[in-house]
Design a protein around this ligand. Sequence first.
Ligand SMILES: NC(=O)c1ccc[n+]([C@@H]2O[C@H](COP(=O)([O-])OP(=O)(O)OC[C@H]3O[C@@H](n4cnc5c(N)ncnc54)[C@H](OP(=O)(O)O)[C@@H]3O)[C@@H](O)[C@H]2O)c1
Length: 288
Amino acid sequence: MTHLDAFSLGNRPVRRMGYGAMQLAGKGVFGPPKDRAAAITVLREAVASGVNHIDTSDFYGPHITNQIIREALHPYPRDLVIVTKVGASRGPNASWLPALEPEDIQRGVHDNLRNLGLDALEVVNMRMMGDIHAPSEGSIEKQVTALAELQRQGLVRHVGLSNVTSTQIKQAQRLTPIVCVQNHYNVVHREDDALVDDLARQGIAYVPFFPLGGFTPIQSSALSKVAASLGATPMLIALAWLLKRSPNILLIPGTSSLGHLRENLDADKLELKGSVLAELNAIAGGQS
Ligand SMILES: NC(=O)c1ccc[n+]([C@@H]2O[C@H](COP(=O)([O-])OP(=O)(O)OC[C@H]3O[C@@H](n4cnc5c(N)ncnc54)[C@H](OP(=O)(O)O)[C@@H]3O)[C@@H](O)[C@H]2O)c1
């Protein structure tokens, strides 16, 4: 792996092209998938193709996504880093509920350990609920302290944060080292531009969620125009742009489809430069 296609998560090098497992649960990230065997095939193909960073959570399903990961990949390859998150639980109607008390965080870590079949979790993101898909200010000391305690017990090796502001990141860094930040960011959604650069200077990974727009796929005429000019799909260009944006960006596009997985894994073969890159940078008024 070169410095351009790898980055460290904690003390583990991972390829910048990873995989997000959220799409493997049923509709609404709730219940079992329509085709469990297909989900297992997607995971095995991702790893066979060189993916060594998988993002998950025990509240996907709930439990089901982790159980599928375990069935597909356990015993895990030595170089595979599974990153999970705590901070939410699911209601019986598929709702997303905050689970931010110390006992919730403890339960979340133990649920992940049990369902993934691990003795320790490599990286756990403390997922703050904020405004659901955007952060909101407020102390996160209680939550990060609870996770750092599980780290001291050896159940969690590294701590990351999700859906947080730069003020909250600084607060957390006073409690324990932070190895990654997972926030909403993509070519049309650029609120975190300054944060991406700040984390790059600190050697901290930035892992955008919804790299393709998530539940609402990215729609942009500028993106479609660039894609057409390069004979690629807008989704592939969106991923290639993120790879180009900053070397600390790690990708975790989510898919339940083998075809989409294969397409996404090709994003690092596309080189964006010159006027094409300038056009993409200008989407959403971005400056970089
Ligand atoms: N920390 C957080 O709060 C948070 C929040 C959301 C997600 N995440 C993580 O981030 C990962 C990525 O986010 P995401 O999965 O929600 O959204 P995403 O990666 O932006 O987009 C996934 C959607 O795009 C489709 N897709 C994937 N590849 C495609 C392609 N090549 N062409 C056309 N459509 C394609 C998928 O459908 P198909 O299944 O049909 O391919 C799915 O509907 C998740 O899997 C999860 O691990 C974290």
